[in-house]
Design a binder for this molecule. Sequence first.
Ligand SMILES: *Cc1c(COP(=O)(O)O)cnc(C)c1O
Length: 367
Amino acid sequence: MNETLGGGIMVTRSMLPPLEEYVDYLKLIWQSHHLTNSGPLSLELEKRLKEFLGCDELSFVSNGTIALQLALKALDVRGEVITSPFSYVATTSAILWENCSPVFVDVRPQDLTIDPKQIAAAITPRTSAILATHVYGFPCELEAIARLARQYKLKVIYDAAHTFGCRVDGRHLATYGDISCLSFHATKVFHTAEGGAVVINGDPPVAERVRLMRSFGHSSDDHRCVGINGKNSELHAAMGLCNLPRVPAALAMRQRLHAHYVQLLAGSAVKVLHSAHPNLDYNYAYFPVLLPDGAAVARTLAILAAKNIHPRRYFFPSINQIPYIQGGACPVSERAAQSVLCLPLSDLVSAEVQETVATAILQATRY
Ligand SMILES: *Cc1c(COP(=O)(O)O)cnc(C)c1O
């Protein structure tokens, strides 16, 4: 991923605190000589994230992919995992890496989240979990998925990598399911350069397993289970402590850019994707649009590349069509992957840039 490299307007740009603020944290690290293994800054970040999200159990980990893998392992998921084909590839590769089998269920055309009506038909005696993505921060159908999980005794894991700052009925979207996994990668709304978190919903033994498995499965000389190294460092925690207070301003900036794009594209041939959830406080993490077809996407990308502006095809291809994965057909997801573009949202995106982007889209779709 090169969204953050210089030379042009990329789909996003990493938030950075004033350097002096980060250096102040570095001075603390130099004083303590504590670089990793649940140091004071990691513990402080976990505490503040729990307050921000309103959850009891959270583990700060090295990235969002390891968060997914720890979730699958800590919940002892085996066999088939029902999942969404319209997501970042890590959602599925985590399942494969844990030697489970992904079973793809197509998404709903309106917001590209997994279609709960199709989940039941995909359940077999080997199914043990549902791993669904709140794509673009749009909530999956939480109630319907919870009902299916109760009925068929399945675990529910949410890939909540896009949800930072989203609330549903006042509750943070990353606190649903048995476990929700966050990514704090540099390209996300809130980041620690690399990082992530496992948010455990109301099951202290599972939270304890996640903590153990994150640290090689042992606590001092007491070796309890197979683990991995999923810890994160004090330097990454420091970045998070600097960035967390800046999240509300970052969300406000995105909301403003969002509103302007909506205005510029009104009446055009593009469909601006949004969640129809009645009680969602959205984080405006992405501005996804569906163009009429793949050719219009290619034309838009070419026009804008000439102006050094680079929207992105999030997500392309549909995961079920990746050659080494090859799941069954998911026509809605496949069509969306062909025609989707995420427009640039960052502090470098001026009203003028937005007008250039909208003009290019209008030009590319006028055929
Ligand atoms: C970013 C992302 C991930 C992976 O997170 P990393 O922290 O980069 O490992 C997983 N799923 C989705 C939907 C993502 O956007």
